[in-house]
Design a protein around this ligand. Sequence first.
Ligand SMILES: CC(C)(COP(=O)(O)OP(=O)(O)OC[C@H]1O[C@@H](n2cnc3c(N)ncnc32)[C@H](O)[C@@H]1OP(=O)(O)O)[C@@H](O)C(=O)NCCC(=O)NCCS
Length: 151
Amino acid sequence: MKVRKFTPDDLKRVFEIENMSFDQSYGINMFQQLYEMGVGFLVAEENGYVIGYVIFWIKYENQGHIISIAVDKNYRRLGCGTQLLVKAISILSLLNLDTIYLEVNENNVGAVEFYKQFSFRVDRVVPGYYENGDGAIVLYLPLDKGKITRK
Ligand SMILES: CC(C)(COP(=O)(O)OP(=O)(O)OC[C@H]1O[C@@H](n2cnc3c(N)ncnc32)[C@H](O)[C@@H]1OP(=O)(O)O)[C@@H](O)C(=O)NCCC(=O)NCCS
């Protein structure tokens, strides 16, 4: 498995993975726009086939934010999400940020378990955050001079 920068050729495949992973989609144009804005955008590939992606940026001066991460259903629990998240955190850690934040659907038990592996902590719950009325759990990871640990 290899993690590399996203290129516009990956757009369709990333959109496909997003679609199979979330009820609510950012839409293919939003991915293009995020890329053009210069956000962090990485894909994981296996033998040249894209199987996952992560998008992240600096939301505020000291705060990184994971916008989206997903792995193709057929390639989950093989460490791909870990590789993507570790790489994103490593890049954000180089930027002297204090914290990384993200939102996760309160019903997404698997993703919450995934983030717990990286010692993300619960900041707060935002009721009705998603279009379908589901609430979001806001998780944060204090950055410790670039050290990343998985439990
Ligand atoms: C969350 C997601 C990105 C994880 O990707 P992944 O490649 O399966 O993750 P990994 O294989 O690196 O998992 C690392 C560890 O996280 C935990 N974990 C991951 N998925 C889990 C699940 N569904 N249930 C419980 N624990 C889980 C496990 O401890 C796992 O280690 P193990 O397989 O050795 O037990 C993937 O499930 C996904 O794309 N989900 C749909 C999209 C999504 O929910 N994204 C996050 C929304 S904010």
